[in-house]
Design a protein around this ligand. Structure first.
Ligand SMILES: C[S@@+](CC[C@H](N)C(=O)[O-])C[C@H]1O[C@@H](n2cnc3c(N)ncnc32)[C@H](O)[C@@H]1O
Length: 392
């Protein structure tokens, strides 16, 4: 059977071996794959491989099908006393031990003491989209990742792509090269689905538009446009109050904290009452954060990668504040003004928000990598019943 990866026509570019990926691709690989950092016995990205995770008490888990089957189901494989860490590729909800937490603390102090110069802070923040343009320009490699987890984690996406679902508008923000949009398009059976894929990198949008799958659409289900979620305009062809579902996959972390309120306000404006944001992004203490070395720290939990792109690592309460319309620093109510000077307080209901902690294991090289992602659904309150969103 053709894999999901083969069933879409993206990319048309040459595949490269893992070892041959350019340096700039490294961080993209990190959140969807099990990486192979260094030689056997060495540390993973400077994180000592000897740290031991906390285990739960042993159960009769020998009979637990999640420990026997592969591929595993998210969220159900717990590391218990007596389990061989290297028997599986990943363990769910793994808590790091105090020794590792201490290591994170030390590493953070080191990063803070060796921060980016003021000159470079300005350089990386002035026109952040140009660094992403460069990223997509440099990486003529395989952008497509296996996104089978999308529908598993966000069942709404399965619903809205059903043939009998009816008219529905989905907006993907920070769509990049279409790693999420194309799989959705490939599984779509709904003739009334409209999928807007937006990104502020023109280069990324060009890549989407160049794909035969995009160009050969008969019903123009997918429309890709350049748009800055933290800018002063709405996306081309998308009206206020017209969107049912917003998809944000590892994009909010690319914004600087001072852009959060505008981005939240824009999305609030775009969504129908009852419409939802599907969110997944980096969590505090993720390996990607811990491994940053000298000259990468921009601000607390905010870094610049080697390729000039920026990344923030979130705490659960912080996200509850941001999407709930409060300032994460002092809890005060955030009020934003649009270009006409109209003030609004944009507060989403947190339908759910969870920390996804996993330990990924490189079985061959016997390495353990602690990953931490945040995942949630944020709903615009149902105040206006005249035009409810099509969210199941
Ligand atoms: C880490 S990539 C993720 C891409 C894609 N969502 C994925 O999962 O493959 C972050 C993307 O967000 C885009 N981005 C960053 N800031 C943005 C902004 N203010 N408005 C729109 N897109 C933005 C970048 O250009 C980049 O394509």
């Amino acid at each position: 059977m053709a894999s999901e990866e083969e069933s879409v026509s993206l990319p048309t570019r040459q595949r490269r071996n893992k070892q041959q990926l350019t340096k700039g691709m490294e961080h993209m690989r990190g959140y969807v794959t099990i990486d192979t950092p260094q030689a056997a016995g060495e540390d993973a990205y400077g994180v000592p491989a000897t740290y031991e995770p906390i285990r739960k008490a042993a159960t009769d888990s020998q009979d637990n099908p999640q420990k026997r089957s592969d591929p595993f189901q998210f969220g159900t494989r717990y590391l218990e006393e007596g389990d061989d860490i290297f028997a599986h590729n990943a363990w769910d909800h793994v808590e790091v031990d105090p020794q590792y937490s201490e290591f994170i603390e030390q590493q953070t102090i080191f990063q803070r003491e060796n921060q980016v110069s003021d000159f470079d802070k300005k350089r990386f923040s002035d026109k952040p989209e140009k660094w992403w343009d460069r990223f997509y320009g440099n990486n003529q490699a395989n952008f497509f990742k296996d996104r089978k987890w999308l529908v598993q984690e966000f069942p709404i996406l399965g619903e809205v792509t059903r043939d009998d679902y009816g008219p529905v508008k989905v907006l993907e923000v920070g769509a990049g090269a279409g790693n999420t949009a194309f799989p959705i398009l490939a599984m779509n059976q709904n003739p009334h689905l409209k999928l807007h894929a937006c990104d502020y990198s023109k280069k990324a949008i060009d890549i989407i538009r160049e794909q035969p799958t995009y160009q050969n659409q008969t019903s123009s289900t997918l429309q890709a446009d350049v748009w800055d979620v933290a800018g002063s305009e709405l996306p081309p062809g998308v009206e206020a109050g017209s969107v049912d579902v917003v998809l944000m996959i590892f994009i909010f972390s690319a914004l600087s904290p001072d852009q959060w309120p505008t981005a939240v306000s824009n999305l609030f404006k775009l969504l129908k009452p009852g419409g939802e944001i599907l969110f997944r992004d980096y969590g505090r203490g993720d390996l990607a954060q811990v491994r940053f070395k000298k000259g990468r720290y921009l601000d607390e939990n905010f870094y610049v990668r080697g390729d000039g792109t920026r990344v923030y690592f979130f705490e659960e309460d912080e996200l509850r504040d941001i999407w709930g319309g409060r300032s994460p620093s002092d809890g005060t109510v955030v009020v934003t003004e649009d270009e006409h000077g109209t003030a609004s307080h944009d507060s989403f209901d947190i339908v759910n928000l969870a920390v996804d902690r996993r330990m990924l294991v490189n079985r061959q090289r016997k390495l353990k990598m602690y990953r931490c992602w945040m995942q949630g659904r944020f709903r615009k309150p149902q105040t206006d019943r005249t035009q409810p969103a099509q969210v199941p």
